[in-house]
Design a protein around this ligand. Structure first.
Ligand code: ZN
Length: 294
């Protein structure tokens, strides 16, 4: 090695560290699909969860809910923030356990906040949303957008939103009511990521959101796909919630579910062939800037 080369290498190494530490938020954002509408977004040292559900079984209506703690802890190693799109079991049933375990801050509907309170999470960590909020967390921000629940097959009208108005003494299966549905528009530096927990939109709320990446739920679509895509104009769509949520990952993608996701992918491309549509794999990580570079 030439004289001075060691110093040059050390300088380069330090520069590399500085560049990394000072990287813009969008360059640090890495998304991981947790199945259903669940995502972990890592932003440097900050861990954000959206609708994390890893127990992957249906609650019994009148029985006390039990999270599969081992299944959760195998995947979730920490959570600074948890965002809940709506309060059905496949979106929030593991949130009370995760929030209590990791001291997470939880953002969700009145129903979500009440159910999480039952687990003993301090009120100072809970933020109740109604839609329209703009929340600033320092290294990222979130806009809460009022939405609607997807419409189950064969049903044509959305039933009235059910809510839990006070923390129940014990968390039973029947407490996981919808509680209102919300979109979250995350801003990471110059990038925006939209999360849709259930397959519906309020059309009037979409113009101006302009996400770079939209995480869209399938199936049971309650909206006009063409109108929604023309309003949102996302560069990339990652399809989610097409897996069988009551089965472990190894059995959660039977053929009909795969086909449903592929059909949704084709439908999106038939509206706008320029959109990059990703059908994600369980627990795989997707660096935000990498998926947008494709
Ligand atoms: Zn739901």
């Amino acid at each position: 090695m030439k004289p001075g080369a060691g110093l040059a290498l050390a300088t380069l190494f330090l520069l590399g560290l500085c560049v990394c530490a000072g990287a813009a938020a969008e360059e640090k954002a890495v998304l991981q699909w947790l199945g259903v509408a669940g995502w972990e977004i890592r932003l440097g040292r900050t861990t954000i969860l959206i609708d994390p559900f890893l127990t992957r079984r249906s609650p019994a209506r009148d029985r006390e809910w039990q999270t599969d703690e081992a299944a959760v802890l195998e995947v979730i190693k920490g959570a600074d923030y948890i965002f809940a799109g709506h309060s059905h079991a496949d979106h929030i049933a593991d949130v009370p356990f995760i929030a209590k375990r990791f001291g997470s801050k939880v953002v969700g509907s009145r129903t979500t906040v009440n159910l999480v309170s039952t687990a003993g999470v301090e009120p100072s960590r809970l933020t109740t949303i109604q839609g329209g909020e703009k929340l600033d967390f320092g290294d990222f921000s979130v806009e809460v957008v009022e939405s609607r629940h997807g419409i189950p097959q064969g049903q044509f009208e959305v039933s009235e939103t059910k809510e839990i108005l006070a923390p129940p003494a014990r968390l039973l299966g029947r407490h996981f009511v919808e509680g209102g549905s919300f979109l979250y528009l995350f801003t990471f530096g110059r990038r925006r990521v939209l999360h849709q927990s259930t397959a519906n939109f309020l059309a009037a709320r979409l113009p101006g959101l302009n996400p770079d990446v939209a995480l869209l739920a399938e199936p049971g679509r309650g909206y006009n796909l063409k109108d929604a895509l023309q309003a949102l104009k996302p560069k990339t769509i990652i399809v989610q919630h097409f897996d069988e949520w009551r089965a472990p990952f190894s059995q959660a993608l039977p053929q009909p579910h795969r086909r449903r996701a592929e059909r949704f992918q084709r439908d999106i491309l038939s509206v706008d062939g320029g959109i990059n549509v990703i059908l994600p794999e369980f627990l795989k990580t997707y660096a935000l800037e990498e998926i947008l570079a494709r």
